[in-house]
Design a protein around this ligand. Sequence first.
Ligand SMILES: Nc1ncnc2c1ncn2[C@@H]1O[C@H](COP(=O)(O)OP(=O)(O)OP(=O)(O)O)[C@@H](O)[C@H]1O
Ligand SMILES: [Mg+2]
Length: 330
Amino acid sequence: MENPKSFFEINDLVVEYYADGEVVHAVNGVSLRLRPGQSLGLVGETGAGKTTIAKSVLRILPDRGARICSGGIKLNGTDLLSLSEHDMRKIRGNDIAMIFQDPMTALNPVQRVGDQIAEVVKIHSECSSLEAEEKAKEMLEMVGIPADRYKEYPHQFSGGMKQRVVIAIALACNPHLLLADEPTTALDVTIQAQVLDMIEDLKRKYNTAMIMITHDLGIVATVCDEVAIIYAGEIVEYGTKEEIFEHPSHPYTVGLFDAIPNMNEDEEWLHPIEGMPPDPTNLPAGCAFGPRCPRATAECREKKIGLNRTEDGHVCRCIHINKTAQGGEV
Ligand SMILES: Nc1ncnc2c1ncn2[C@@H]1O[C@H](COP(=O)(O)OP(=O)(O)OP(=O)(O)O)[C@@H](O)[C@H]1O
Ligand SMILES: [Mg+2]
C-alpha cells in the first residue's frame, strides 16, 4: 500500500538465494515504509533475513546465487529495482548509505583513514581534492576523532574509532536513508552507548531516516520510532515502539521480551524461546513460527497467515490475536 507521507517503501519483497542445488527462501514478502527522519528497528534472530533486506535496497546482493524475485523498493517515488546500475550507483552513498555488520573489515587497511572518507565525498559531489579533504576532516571531528588523525591507517585506531570512521563514511554525503546493520554489535558496551548517541545526534542534525538492524531490543528502545519484528523472512509484528513495547502480541515477540533478563526479579534462569528457526530451504506450510509456538493449533499449521491490525493499533501475523474490525497494515 502506497503511503503519501512515506519517502521510502518496500513492498512485498521476495528474495531467494541458490546454494548447493537448494532454494533459500530468505525474504518472503516484506513491506515497510519510512517518513523522512523516521527510524525503524528491524529486529529478529540470526538468519531472519535482515541483512538480505538491506542489501536488496542497495542492490548489492551477490550477482550469482541471489535473486530479488518480486516486490518493489521505492525512494521518493522512484522504483530502485528498475534503475540501471549506472543510476543505482548515484543512489548508493548519496541518497542511501549502509553501515555494514562487520566494521572491522569495512575499511581498507592500506589506505589512510581520512582519504577513505574524502574518496566517498569526491565520488558523490563535484568538489576538488582539497575540498573533499576539508569535508573529511569535518566528518572526523563530527564523529569525535581529532582531524589531525586524518593521515593515520585503520590499524592505528581502536575498534570503536574504526566504527566511528565507518559511520563518518556512511554519513559523509548526508544520505536521506541510513541502513545500519548491527552497527554496535562488535563494540564493548561503553563505546556502544557513545556510538548510539552519536548516531542519534547526527540523525537529528541532518533529519536522516534510518533502518536500524539489531538483535537488541535495548537499542531499539534507545533510537527507534517504529519496530518491525522479523521471523523467517516475514514481518510478524510491526508498529510504533510504544505499542510494541507496551503490548507485544505475536508469540514470537512475547518470547523475545521474555528472553531479556529482568534485574528486578530474583530469577535463576533466562527464558529462551525453545527450538530453532525453520530451515529456510524448507519452510513450514502454515505459520513459520508454528513449530515453536506455545499457542499453535492445527489451523496455524495448515494455512499462511496475513498481517492483521490488533486492538492496540499495530499489525500482527497471528490468528490468536484479536483483530479490530478494519484489519490492514500500519
Ligand atoms: N550468499 C548467500 N548464499 C546463500 N544463502 C545465504 C547467503 N546470504 C545469506 N543467506 C541465507 O539467507 C538467510 C538470511 O540471511 P541474512 O544474512 O539476511 O540474515 P540476518 O537476519 O541478517 O542474520 P544475522 O542476524 O546473523 O546477521 C539465512 O538463512 C542465510 O543463511
Ligand atoms: Mg545480518
